[in-house]
Structures are given as structure tokens and as C-alpha cells.
Design a protein around this ligand. Structure first.
Ligand code: DX5
Ligand code: ZN
Length: 250
């Protein structure tokens, strides 16, 4: 793993060390292994040492029409990599199942608000277990009804495609929601991370950074590149440039 901001060194050991991510960390790139070679996942993660997190898409064939990984895979991956694991749960009954993903070693657990019966209780339980709590919104789900929940969350994930598959086209219609979410966070004095996921590439990442996103999931853009780690660096550079150019106006 390259030299990095200090928080990165403690990220994956949060549960054991009690370390937090309180200091601002800026732009983060989170490759999704959904577009990696499933038969070679350990080796594939080894190709992105410059990433900040590894994003694992958990799909149950009910909440989304696709089936991928469970807690056993999270556990195996967390053992294998120094990178903290960012588990994105696209599953029904998130309230019942999220705990198993923290226990398996995920440092951040994202549930979909559309699949959570009691999002505040769930976020508190995830945090109490020692992971970062994050809430995801599908493209048609507005952020405004959840304004009062923001303080309970470490991260909000705004989906920029309909969840379920990698390699889909970025939905520009999600950009106003990214802006609105960042504005609500600022209004409440929160430094909540704002993640975007779906269709993020060299062509689309700047729009999201300008709108206020700071954590970027990229699946096909990273794993279809000849050099995935170089793509991580290029995406980071683009996002940092765009976020600096809008500066304090966000
Ligand atoms: C989609 C997943 C994404 C997916 C993104 O439901 O949540 O994480 O891997 O893939 P790309 O970057 O190819 O759109
Ligand atoms: Zn995802």
C-alpha cells in the first residue's frame, strides 16, 4: 500500500482499535469488485493498492434482480486485503441482516433506505457495532424526507444508476439530488461523506465532484482498464481538480 493519509492506515482496523475517521479526508476512490474477475478476487484487489476502500456489492435477487456475495465473502476479502471493505447491501430486510456484515469485517455498511424498516435504529446499531453507517437512495428516492436522519449517518450513497448491475450509463438526472444532499449537510454543519455509485468514469466523475460528492465508486471504469491502479489515480486527479475548482461554493 502506498504512503497515504493517516486515517487510511487505521481504517480497516476500526473495530479493534476504536479509531475513527473524524478528520476530513477529501476525495476517495472506491473500486467495485462487481466488475472484477470473480474467480480471481484476491488477485484483483491486489491490482488496486492506491484505492481508499474496496466496494463490495451484496445483492439478494429480491431487492435487485441479481445475486452476488454474502457475509462469508466479506470475511474472506477483509482477511485478504489491507483496504477497508465498503459493503453496499442491496438486500431486503436490511434491518435483520446488516449486523452480519459488520461482524464479517466490513468497515462501512450501506443499507438502502427503501429496504430498511427503521433506518435510525439500524444506523445506530451499525455504529454501535463499530462500523461506519451509510444510507443509500435509489435514483427515484428523494433526499429531503431524510434531512433529520443525516446526523445519524457517516455517509449517504446516491445511486447514479438503478442498482443491480455494473456497466450501466450514468444518470445525469441524479445530479440535483447530489447538490441537494450536500446543501442539507452544510445546513446542519455536517461533514457526512457523500458517495456516488453507478456509471462513474473519467467522463462523469467531474460532474459529481462539482455537485458535492466526495466518495466515488467505480466498477467497470477501474476493472476494465489495462492498469486499474493508474485508473484509480486518474479518477482521483479528475475529482480533486473539479472539487477544487468549485472550492467553497459547494
Ligand atoms: C450497481 C452497483 C455498483 C456497480 C457500479 O448496483 O452498486 O457498485 O458495481 O458499476 P459501474 O461503475 O460499472 O457502473
Ligand atoms: Zn455499489
Amino acid at each position: 500500500m502506498p504512503e497515504a493519509a493517516p486515517w487510511r492506515c487505521v481504517g480497516h482496523t476500526t473495530r479493534e482499535s476504536g479509531a475513527s475517521y473524524d478528520q476530513p479526508v477529501g476525495i476517495q476512490i472506491t473500486p467495485s469488485i462487481l466488475s472484477a474477475d470473480f474467480a480471481e478476487l484476491g488477485a484483483e484487489i491486489g491490482r488496486i493498492p492506491g484505492a481508499d476502500w474496496v466496494h463490495v456489492d451484496v445483492m439478494d435477487n429480491h431487492f435487485v434482480p441479481n445475486l452476488t456475495f454474502g457475509p462469508g465473502m466479506i470475511e474472506a476479502l477483509a482477511r485478504r486485503t489491507e483496504l477497508p471493505v465498503d459493503a453496499h447491501l442491496m438486500i431486503t430486510e436490511a434491518d435483520r441482516h446488516a449486523a452480519a456484515y459488520v461482524e464479517a469485517g466490513a468497515a462501512s455498511v450501506t443499507f438502502h433506505v427503501e429496504a430498511a424498516a427503521a433506518p435510525v435504529r439500524l444506523a445506530r446499531e451499525i455504529r454501535k457495532q463499530g462500523a461506519r453507517a451509510s444510507m443509500a437512495l435509489k435514483p427515484a428516492t428523494p433526499i429531503e424526507p431524510y434531512e433529520d436522519l443525516l446526523a445519524e449517518l457517516d455517509m449517504v450513497l446516491i445511486m447514479t444508476v438503478e442498482p443491480g448491475f455494473g456497466g450501466q450509463q450514468f444518470l445525469d438526472l441524479c445530479l440535483p439530488k447530489i447538490r441537494a444532499a450536500r446543501a442539507l449537510m452544510k445546513k446542519h454543519g455536517l461533514e457526512t461523506w457523500l458517495q456516488v455509485d453507478g456509471g462513474i468514469s473519467m467522463e462523469t466523475i467531474e460532474r459529481c465532484a462539482e455537485a458535492g460528492a466526495d466518495v466515488f465508486v467505480a466498477g467497470s471504469a477501474v476493472f476494465s482498464a489495462d492498469d486499474p491502479d493508474a485508473m484509480v489515480a486518474s479518477l482521483r486527479e479528475k475529482a480533486e481538480g473539479a472539487s477544487q475548482s468549485v472550492g467553497q461554493s459547494l
